[in-house]
Write a protein that binds this ligand. Structure first.
Ligand code: NDP
Length: 483
């Protein structure tokens, strides 16, 4: 063989003479222990799978660009928004929440909408959904809620009873359940749905002033949906509907786009809203906090290797950059810990060194050693392996500190349902749907209740009646129609 660059080798680089036949004692004989090339192949195959994500295991993604079209520098000093026309490379991963890595794409479920922007001051991740709210407002309930979406320990089947048992005792979930059971709960394509940062975040400008913000990504492709019957038919044809659609569109040069917008609330306004603006089960009504144009998000490049670029892509709400900050949202606070922790378990301590996760700007820190540390020391000087030091190591930048945030109050486990209206916002959503949309909402909800004990359904419907008697009656009558 003349072209040595195309030689098949072992992982240590030695050329392999035969990749078809094992090394045996005679043509019928047993295999020799020294057939290291066979052992290496089998050992690697055993290790091809990594733990799938506990939630959002099935995903589809692509590379793209954020282009700023409107000046928002009065709100933020973030470099990503520093001038109109600025472009920042990014990578997006969509997902379903409940299904495993091999689940069918077109099932009714909330969709993850995770974005990583490679900014010049570090990676900024917005790890949101295609819904502006979520099922819980206290992260203490997240593991319980997710258990209801996963398999029953004995039957190993998903359980409608578990879902409705939980929801019927958690009225704050019904806003999100209304979206899930509406047309928006079963989009035809990841490109034909909106994305939302969902949490309240903050923006900080050059003067050190803070505002609260919500992020919105409005699809330019228009909203589509499958009915339950249509999605069943689609899944019968293919389990990979979203992957085929997203990959195919981008391969064909039909790049999907979203208009990027924010809502802004001042710290003073946040003291006066009738709802807690940091409650993940609530939206900020557009009439009170209008959408402000920011830019356009475009997905324009498929990954060359799905595993390396999409499965290995590790999003975490802890990845913020100067000019964008957190908020007191309790669920956001918990996700700041749990997402990075999940990646350390799933991908390893140095998951941020994987090419898709590496920032595209200088990165310096004093974390040391650990499994698979191939980077050596990133402190700026050989003798600086601790901090502070006089050895020329990297130092903190006090100019990027957030302004102080006033928080005070008694330490307690406050009942998060006290004084909270869990019915008004789902009512507003129910009421903006036309009769056909409401009919599908009632039928989808009723279908998801089939087989659930009557007492649980009655309790759930007592909450629906507080949203709207018409809504509760609609589900009840759809249930009767299903026998
Ligand atoms: P608006 O009439 O200004 O906004 C209603 C929003 O509802 C629109 O953004 C629309 O999205 C969206 N929408 C339409 N159908 C559905 C559906 N089946 N599931 C989810 N969203 C849908 O009213 P308000 O801002 O006062 O909000 C009223 C209700 O609308 C809220 O209680 C909330 O349930 C829902 N909503 C509000 C959002 C917000 O940030 N204010 C965001 C999304 C939903 P589109 O423009 O794409 O058609």
């Amino acid at each position: 063989m003349s072209d040595k660059t195309k030689r098949l080798t072992t992982t240590a680089g030695a050329p392999i003479a035969d990749n078809q036949n094992s090394l045996t004692s005679g043509p019928r004989g047993p295999i020799l222990m020294q057939d290291y090339q066979l052992l290496e192949k089998l050992a690697h195959q055993n290790r091809e799978r990594i733990p799938e994500r506990v939630v959002h295991a099935k995903g589809w993604g692509a590379h793209g660009t954020l282009t700023v079209t409107n000046d928002i520098t009065k709100y933020t000093k973030a470099k990503v928004f520093s001038e109109v026309g600025k472009q920042t490379p990014m990578i997006c991963r969509f997902s379903t929440v409940a299904g495993e890595a091999g689940a069918a794409d077109n099932e009714r479920d909330v969709r993850g909408f995770a974005l990583k922007f490679y900014t010049e001051e570090g990676n900024w991740d917005l790890v949101g959904n295609n819904t502006p709210v979520f099922f819980i407002r206290d992260p203490y309930k997240f593991p319980d809620f997710i258990h209801t979406q996963k398999r029953h320990p004995r039957t190993n089947l998903r359980s409608a009873t578990a879902m409705w048992d939980y929801w019927s005792q958690s009225p704050e979930a019904l806003h999100q359940v209304t979206i899930l059971m509406s047309d928006r709960g079963c989009p035809r394509s990841p490109t034909e749905m909106n994305g939302y940062g969902s949490h309240t975040f903050s923006m900080i400008n050059d003067d050190g002033a803070r505002v609260w913000v919500k992020f919105h990504f409005k699809t330019q492709q228009g909203h589509t949906f499958y009915t339950d019957a249509e999605s069943g038919e689609k899944i019968g044809q293919t389990r990979e509907g979203f992957q085929e659609d997203l990959f195919g569109r981008i391969e064909a040069g039909k790049f999907p786009k979203w208009d990027v917008k924010i809502q802004v609330m001042t710290e003073d306004e946040a003291e006066k809203t009738p709802y807690n603006p940091f409650d993940l089960t609530k939206v900020w009504p557009h009439g009170d906090f209008p959408l402000i144009d920011v830019g356009v998000l475009e997905l324009n490049r498929n990954a060359d290797n799905y595993f390396a670029e999409i499965e290995n892509c590790a999003y975490s709400p802890s990845n913020i950059v100067p000019g964008v900050g957190f908020s007191p949202d309790k669920v956001l606070q918990a996700r700041i810990f749990s997402y990075a922790d999940a990646h350390r378990y799933r991908l390893g301590t140095h998951y941020e060194q994987l090419p898709v996760n590496q920032p595209k700007c200088p990165m310096n820190h004093y974390h040391k050693d650990g499994t698979m540390n191939h980077m050596g020391q990133l402190t700026g000087a050989t003798d600086a392996y601790y901090e502070p030091n006089t050895m020329g190591g990297v130092v903190q930048s006090s100019d990027v500190a957030d302004p102080p945030l006033g928080i005070c109050g008694d330490v307690d486990r406050f009942n998060h349902r006290d004084g909270n209206d869990d019915y008004g916002q789902p009512r507003a959503l129910h009421d903006l749907m036309n009769a056909d949309q409401q009919g599908r909402l009632y039928a989808n909800t009723a279908r998801s209740m089939v087989g659930v004990p009557d007492a649980i359904i009655d309790l759930a419907l007592s909450h629906y009646a507080k949203i709207s008697q018409q809504y509760a009656d609609g589900i009840r009558s759809a249930l009767k129609g299903m026998g």
